[in-house]
Design a protein around this ligand. Structure first.
Ligand code: SAH
Length: 249
């Protein structure tokens, strides 16, 4: 059954009104009409079987037939701190890591970040990224979409995460004594934060700042991966090791 999103399903009423891009999608793209059913989801994980009462590209009104259970969350909470990449690579990694169940994505600019977002473009980019996370959530049937934080500087990111008690790693292709595989095998992790660098990698100074904030530099092996490949691989490995990339959770 098709899945659509609203910001919030108000639990007080029997009806819900859908506007904006989801209404256009339902009425214009999918051509769904009165009497059609779909799953309506919101950001908090509330889900209902919904029945269309009226449908136009401006507004789709549905009645809420019955609540549906939310798929269980992964046993591990994953935050990805990602250096902002060129738009196609960034879109790709948001889509793929969302499918794999990343919980938070924190975009940042570091010394070698190529893409320099001007402040006035932040809002548009963020809206675009959140749209991708939302459509991945629909596609992959996850309970709630990945949350994407506003872009920040590397320094601000370190300040924010220095106080967190999450398990913290920074992917560094020049690390030669510790890899993610051995580190995860030796640990038991419920929340993990991983940082992935820009196309040009991190500077030594940034690796030191990350160490000061208790991030452990780790390697993903001898091959140098593109930044988006490294991010996707990291999330998949963590879900495999502690999360729900299996049927047993
Ligand atoms: N410009 C660098 C590579 C940067 S790769 C060079 O050519 O040497 C982009 C990012 O992906 C890195 O900052 C790192 O976070 C991650 N990454 C890529 N390959 C990796 C590996 N083998 N081990 C750990 N991290 C890796």
């Amino acid at each position: 059954m098709r899945r659509f999103f609203v910001e919030e399903i108000k639990l007080s009423g029997r009806y819900c009104s859908i506007t904006g891009s989801e209404a256009k999608h339902i009425a214009r793209v999918m051509r769904m009409r009165r009497g059609d059913r779909f799953v309506l989801m919101d950001r908090k994980g509330t889900r209902f079987l919904a029945l269309i009462e009226s449908s136009s590209p401006h507004e789709v009104r549905v009645s809420l037939i019955k609540p549906l259970p939310m798929p269980p969350p992964s046993p591990v909470k994953i935050s990805l701190c990602q250096s902002i990449l060129k738009s196609q690579s960034m879109d790709c990694l948001i889509q793929k890591t969302s499918e794999l169940g990343v919980d938070y994505i924190f975009p940042f600019s570091s010394e070698r970040t190529v893409v320099r977002l001007k402040e006035d473009r932040f809002a548009n980019r963020l809206k675009h990224w959140r749209e991708i996370a939302r459509s991945s959530a629909k596609q992959s049937d996850r309970g709630v979409p990945a949350e994407i934080g506003p872009p920040s500087s590397f320094i601000a990111l370190m300040e924010k995460h220095a106080v967190s008690d999450s398990f913290k790693v920074i992917l560094w292709e020049r690390e030669d004594s510790r890899d993610l595989k051995m580190l995860l095998k030796a640990s038991s992790v419920k929340t993990i934060t991983g940082i992935v660098g820009p196309e040009g990698g991190f500077t030594l100074n940034e690796i030191e700042l990350a160490r000061d904030a208790d991030f452990i530099p780790v390697s993903l092996g001898k091959r140098i991966l593109r930044s988006e490949t490294a991010a996707i691989t990291m999330v998949a490995i963590i879900q495999y090791e502690f999360g729900d990339l299996s049927l047993s959770n």
